[in-house]
Design a protein around this ligand. Structure first.
Ligand code: GLU
Length: 303
C-alpha cells in the first residue's frame, strides 16, 4: 500500500518556525518512502481561523517547496461527516450528552487533572437517567462526550518509542462535540485521517498525549491505525517554547530574512540531517532523511 502522510495546519495565524519544522519532517518522512502528501486545513474553530490565513499558509508551504499531492476538504465544511461518525458512536452507546459547564468542572472539589492541565471529567452526566436527560434537553443543547473505560492504551511511537495512558485516569471522558455544534479536534482529526486512508501521522511532540484518545476512537470505529511519529519541538535559545506569539519567528518575517533554502538548511542542520548549516532545497533533503538522525530532546534554534 502506498504511504500517505498529511499536513494538518490550523489557520489561526501565520506558521512559526516550529510548525515549519514539523511540516518539513512530515514531508521528508513520507517522501523518503516514495509516498504522497495530503493537505487538510483544520479550521474547526471558525472564530480563530480564516480563509485568508489558510491561503497564506498554503503559499508559505509552496514557498518552502513542501508541495502536497492531494487536498482534503477543509474541516469547517465537514460537519455532516463528523455528525455521522458521532451518530455511529451514539448508536453503540459510547457517547453521552453532558450539560456541565466549564465552571461546574473547575469548581468540583478535588478534581484530578490530566497531563495537559484540564480537569478530568467527574462523570456527572454519564449516569443521568433518560428522564433527567429529557428534562435537560428541553432547557439547552448538550455537549457530547465519549465514555472512556478504565483501559490502558499503549502504542509505539515511531520516534519516541512506547507510550501509554490510562484513559479514565489520565484523560477522562473527552468532548467530541461542543454545545455550539463545533466538533472537537480529537473527533475531526481521527475521522479525517480515517477517511483519507492516512498511513503515517507526523506532528509535534505536544500532540503525543492526544494519541491514546485517538487510538481509542480508531478502535471504536474499527478503522485501520496509521503509524504515529512525534517530532521534537523547537525552542528559543533560552529554552522557551516557540508559539504563534513569537512574531520574530513567524513566516512573514522569516520570508523577509532568508531564502527557502537557507531556512530549510538551518532546520535540517538542527535536525541532524546536515553536518553544517548550508543552503539546501526540500527535495535534496529526501535522501538524507532518517528518523534515527533526529534528536529526542527539544531543539533550541536561532536564526
Ligand atoms: N491542527 C493541529 C495543529 O495545527 C495538528 C493536528 C495533527 O497533526 O494531528 O496543531
Amino acid at each position: 500500500m502506498a504511504e500517505l502522510g498529511r499536513f494538518a495546519p490550523t489557520p489561526s495565524g501565520r506558521m512559526h518556525l516550529g510548525n515549519v519544522f514539523s511540516a518539513l519532517i512530515a514531508w521528508l518522512s513520507v517522501k523518503s518512502l516514495g509516498g504522497e502528501m495530503l493537505l487538510r486545513i483544520e479550521d474547526l474553530d471558525t472564530l480563530r481561523c480564516s480563509r485568508e490565513n489558510a491561503e497564506i499558509l498554503k503559499d508559505d508551504l509552496r514557498w518552502l517547496g513542501l508541495f502536497w499531492d492531494r487536498e482534503q476538504p477543509d474541516q469547517s465544511t465537514r460537519s455532516a461527516y463528523y455528525e455521522q461518525i458521532l451518530d455511529t458512536l451514539r448508536q453503540r452507546g459510547e457517547v453521552f450528552p453532558c450539560w456541565c459547564t466549564r465552571g461546574d468542572l473547575k469548581n468540583a472539589p478535588n478534581a484530578p487533572h490530566a497531563s495537559d492541565g484540564h480537569p478530568i471529567y467527574p462523570g456527572t452526566c454519564r449516569t443521568l437517567t433518560e428522564e433527567e436527560r429529557r428534562e435537560r434537553f428541553a432547557l439547552r443543547p448538550p455537549l457530547w462526550r465519549l465514555a472512556v473505560p478504565a483501559r490502558r492504551v499503549e502504542f509505539v511511537d515511531g520516534h519516541y518509542g512506547p507510550y501509554a495512558e490510562d484513559l479514565a485516569a489520565d484523560c477522562g471522558d473527552f468532548i467530541l462535540r461542543r454545545a455550539d455544534g463545533v466538533f472537537s479536534y480529537q473527533l475531526a482529526v481521527t475521522a479525517d485521517d480515517i477517511d483519507a486512508g492516512v498511513t503515517q501521522v507526523v506532528r509535534g511532540r505536544d500532540l503525543l498525549s492526544s494519541t491514546p484518545r485517538q487510538l481509542y476512537l480508531y478502535q471504536l470505529l474499527r478503522a485501520p491505525v496509521p503509524r504515529f511519529y512525534h517530532v521534537p519541538l523547537l525552542t528559543a535559545p533560552d529554552g522557551r517554547r516557540l508559539s504563534k506569539r513569537d512574531r520574530d519567528l513567524d513566516m512573514g518575517l522569516l520570508r523577509e530574512r532568508c531564502t527557502p533554502e537557507e531556512l530549510l538548511g538551518a532546520l535540517a542542520f538542527a535536525a541532524g540531517l546536515l553536518d553544517r548549516r548550508e543552503s539546501v532545497s526540500a527535495p535534496e533533503l529526501i535522501g538524507l532523511f532518517s528518523w534515527e538522525k533526529l534528536p529526542l530532546a527539544d531543539i533550541p534554534i536561532e536564526l
